[in-house]
Each structure stands twice: as C-alpha cells, then as structure tokens.
Design a protein around this ligand. Sequence first.
Ligand code: ZN
Length: 376
Amino acid sequence: MSIKISSQFDAGAIDVVSAISAGAIDLNIRKDSHADITQWFYFRLQGAQGEACTIRFLNAGKTAYPDGWNDYQAMASYDRVSWFRVPTSFDGEVMTITHTPEMDSVYYAYFEPYSWERHLELLDRAQLSEQVRMLDLGSTVDGRDINALVIGNPQAAKKVWVIARQHPGETMAEWFVEGMLDALLDPADGYGRQCLKEAVFYVVPNMNPDGSVRGNLRTNAAGANLNREWNTPSMARSPEVFVVKNKMLETGCDLFLDVHGDEGLPYVFVAGSAALPTFTSEQAAAEKLFSDLFKVASPDFQDQHGYGDAPYTPETLTMGSPHITHAFGCLSLTLELPFKDNANDPDPHCGWDGARSARLGASVLQAIVQFLKANK
Ligand code: ZN
C-alpha cells in the first residue's frame, strides 16, 4: 500500500517534497498564505499503519522560530479529538518525527488544532446563555465574521476585554478562551458568578479567522501580523483589529488580556507594558498584583521566566497590549501559553495541550475577580 500525505482541510498546511515510502518522507513547512512566515504545519498521513515512519521537515532550521524546535515534540491524533506527542528531534537544520502509526490514517500538527467549526460551536453554545449577547463587528478580508461575545450587563462598572488568536496558529489561545467561557457561563462556578457581578466581559475568541482556516501561524489573508496593527489599523489590511479597537473605544476598557502562544519558552507567562515611556508605578503595581493573584489561581502560571524588559521602539504602540495601556491606562497584558510544555510540570504524553489551556482559562477568572475587587 502506498502512502499519501494531504492537507486540504481546515488549517491544513504542508509542502510535500518526497513521500515514496514510510521510511523516507521529506516535507517542507509551508509559508503563511500571504507572508514570509513559516512555522505552522498540519497534515494527514494515510497508508502507513504499522510502518516505522521517518518524517523529515527539511526547512525547519529556516523557519520563523527555529528555537521552537529545540526540545519540541510534534502532536499526532487518529481522531482529531485525542492528541498526543510523538518522538521528534531537531539537529539545527532538519526536524524529524519518528513514529509508527497504529492506524490507517493519522494527523500530525504543530499544536492541537482549534477548528473553525469548533469556533462557531463555541459562539453558538455561549449565546444559549441568557447572560450573552453576540455582536457581529464586521468581516475579515476573506469575508468571515468577526464576532464578539458580550457577557453580563453592559452597564457594569468595569469592562473586561479578552481577545485570542491574533496569531492564528497559536490555537492554545482559543482553547484558553473556551475554558474561560465555560466557567464564566457556568451558574455553578463561584468565580464566574463573582466576575459577572463586578464586570461585563467582551470576548473575541478568534481575532484572525482567515489565518486560522488558511493554516497560517501569524498573519491574516492580507499578510498582516495583527499584533503590529494596533496603532493604525485599516479596513483593507487589518479589519479584524480595526473593528475590535473601534468597539473598545466605544465601550471603554478596565482590563485587557490578549492571549497568545510562545514557540520557544516552555512556560505560561505574561508580558506587560513597562516599555512605555508613560508607564507609571501604579501600572507596574497592577501588573504585579495580577501576576501574584494568577499564581495563586493556577500552578501553571509563573513569573520567573518571560521576555524580560523590552526597550521602547516605534513598534511598541503597534502591539495590542501596550497600545491598550497607552490608550486606556488600564491593566493590559499579553498572556503567553507554550507550544512545548510547562517545564515546571511536564506531561510526557500530551505536553501542553488544549485541555490544559482550557483549565488555565477557567482559572484566570479567580485572578480577574480578585484584581477587580482590589481596584474598586
Ligand atoms: Zn502571538
């Protein structure tokens, strides 16, 4: 039986160089659809049940984040529900998966995907709650809907904004949002209940629908990195940011979380706005308070490892969280989840995955409500 590799499905992405036999599968990681960014992969292999496969990614050393392949284990699944890690190595140029599939069809991906269909189901499920209104903010370059969920009373004193997947290949961000929404809308969840007494939540589960479906890591269908568009978004290049930023200016914002995935660091961490020349000691104290509260709420969150101090550059205000601190003065954080694992508490079978991201999303409500109560 001959083997076959395909990627014509939601978020599929790979370039096949040569796939003659299971022992010699040579691939290249594909570029984003409209930008020179190479990192996300997701493909299906058929016809290799019981055969020792050697899958080589020839251009891994030339991708956007080559360090992301050090100590990285690729994900695989037979049913796209249960994902597990498979032995993966990187020699600085070529990344190699060695795996013997147990079934006729197996999927491999950079990280557990979060499908467009699941995104729509997440929105649908949320709107069944009487606490929720769904807003249509506009359309993407490809014509997909940009939706925000409004949860709680829009007249509430505090406005919390949570956005995810500006970088579409960082699918852990939408798993995080799913877990957060499920807890927020669970009438039996004490922190969810308390959150909605303190604030209204505006949640954009997927900031980059086109990039998600196209299988991009970092950019939309116009080739824009949305997290560099916040200072001057436009309907032509970055309608996703344009419409969300306009809505934020209309509603106001007291707390902003922008959820991402980090290719290199095997930790959960936040990046703040200390680079801003206008950054105040009160804003620094707010960032520290939130981190301290989040550490109590989840043992997966930590503040020992992160990006460190970044200098102020012309790029700073183009990024979501510093831009929102600049515009609203509020606590505004980029939350990073790992592609690899949490090195403080690793899981050799799954690594960091969708389920862990979702649990982290549920736990953030404790930190948010305690932060809001401390800042009345
Ligand atoms: Zn990101």
